[in-house]
Structure formats: C-alpha cells, structure tokens
Design a protein around this ligand. Structure first.
Ligand code: DX5
Ligand code: ZN
Length: 222
C-alpha cells in the first residue's frame, strides 16, 4: 500500500485553524495529526478536546490523535467521543499498555503506541499483536520544528522486520522532523505513515508539499 501523509496541525496557524483544516481537507493528505500536550508528560501545552471537536466537522479525514499526556487512559473515551479515529498513547506514560490497547479498541478506533527516541522497539514485541500503530518519535516530543534524530531509521527497520516476520498489519508512523530530506529513506526502512508539521505548514505551498511527500519514491517504481 502507498504510504500515508499526516500533516500535524501543531504547525498550523491557530488564529486561522478553520482555513488550515479546509486546506488539508482539499489536499492529498491522508490523515490529520493532532498533537495533544499536557505540560506534564512533555514540557509544553498545546490543545485538547475543544479543538478536536471544532475541527472534526470540517473534514472527513482521519483524526490521528497523538496524546503526549500523563494518565492517558483517563481520557481515551472522551477523545473517541470528540472524533478521534486513531488514539496513540506513549509507552512511557502507561503502566498497563496491553489493557490500554484493549480499552482504545473497545471505543472503535485504532490503538497506537508512541515511543520516545530512547525507548527500544523491542519493548513492544510482547504485545505487538495488540497494536494497530507504532509511532516512532524522531524528535523528543513537545515541540514542532526540531531536528530529525537519525537513529529512528534503524528502529524503523527493526520494527518492520518483526511486523513482517509475524505477518501483522501494524502500521509504522514516524513523527518529528520529517521532510523531503528524509522521507525516502524512512519509506525504504519500512515506514507507513509520515507525520509532517513544519515541512508542510512552513512551505510556500502546503498543498504542493503534501503532494511531494505523497509522491516520494514514485519515480523509482516506474
Ligand atoms: C512533536 C509532535 C510532532 C510535531 C511534528 O512533539 O508530536 O507531531 O508536531 O512537527 P515537525 O514536523 O515540525 O517536527
Ligand atoms: Zn505528534
């Protein structure tokens, strides 16, 4: 399957959120990545339910909610109710990940686990069957616009090999510092979903940048 592009609205213009969501709606973006930060799990606060609720009716794109929050289990049902289609919680924020995956899936949405750059992918192997999506953080979570951490490429390869060995459908998402400079190598390593905040919203034409990210690797296939 062709890879998916998930622009992160953390890099959107918050004073013109409706305009930016409409732009994404009309673009070739596949998912909309929604970064929720609580000022505890990460040293920054972004937004929460009211923003998700406000943007949900503006598009039928998949709402990919990345919860960078402590005690994420407390908020799963509410995120699902407000329109999340994917709910990703952090390995580092949950003591009962296996249970949390069941809890998320019981709400009818996809269940994801995000790993900070220092967390090895092998820590998920015992519950890989339960996980719909693994989000590999390629920056330290908390802020957009940071430099891509290259060790993510080897993590992607290791995880891809294990998913394929077991014939699973678990998707691999890469989040942080993704751009045209590293998209191709990430896809070759086995990524399925590329999150891009600054690369999209700081481009002269965000729609064109989405197209370019979407078409990475195309020429080679011809
Ligand atoms: C980082 C967030 C990312 C971020 C990506 O904490 O999880 O989704 O918005 O932004 P860029 O693409 O600018 O690194
Ligand atoms: Zn994110």
């Amino acid at each position: 399957m062709k890879h998916l592009i998930a622009p992160s609205i953390l890099a959107a213009d918050f004073a013109n959120m409706g305009r930016d969501i409409t732009m994404l709606h009309n673009s070739n973006a596949d998912w909309i990545h929604v970064d929720v930060m609580d000022g505890r799990f990460v040293p920054n606060i972004s937004f929460g339910f009211p923003v998700l609720k406000a943007i949900k009716p503006l598009t039928d794109k998949i709402m990919d909610c990345h919860l960078m929050i402590e005690e994420p289990e407390k908020y799963v049902e509410e995120f699902a109710k407000q329109g999340a289609d994917v709910i990703t919680i952090h390995y580092e924020a949950s003591n009962h990940l296996h249970r949390a995956m069941q809890q998320i899936k019981a709400t009818g949405v996809m269940a994801g686990v995000a790993l900070n750059p220092h967390t090895p992918v092998s820590l998920l192997f015992d519950i890989l069957e339960e996980i719909d999506l693994v989000c590999l953080m390629s920056v330290n979570p908390g802020f957009g616009g940071q430099k891509f951490i290259y060790s993510t490429i080897n993590k992607t390869k290791e995880l891809r090999a294990e998913i394929d060995r077991r014939n699973l459908k678990t998707k691999i998402e890469i989040d942080g510092g993704v751009s045209l400079q590293n998209a191709e190598v990430l896809l070759q390593a086995g990524a399925d979903v590329l999150v891009a905040g600054s690369a999209v919203f700081k481009a002269d034409s965000p729609e064109q940048m989405i197209d370019r990210l979407k078409n990475v690797g195309e020429l080679k296939k011809i």
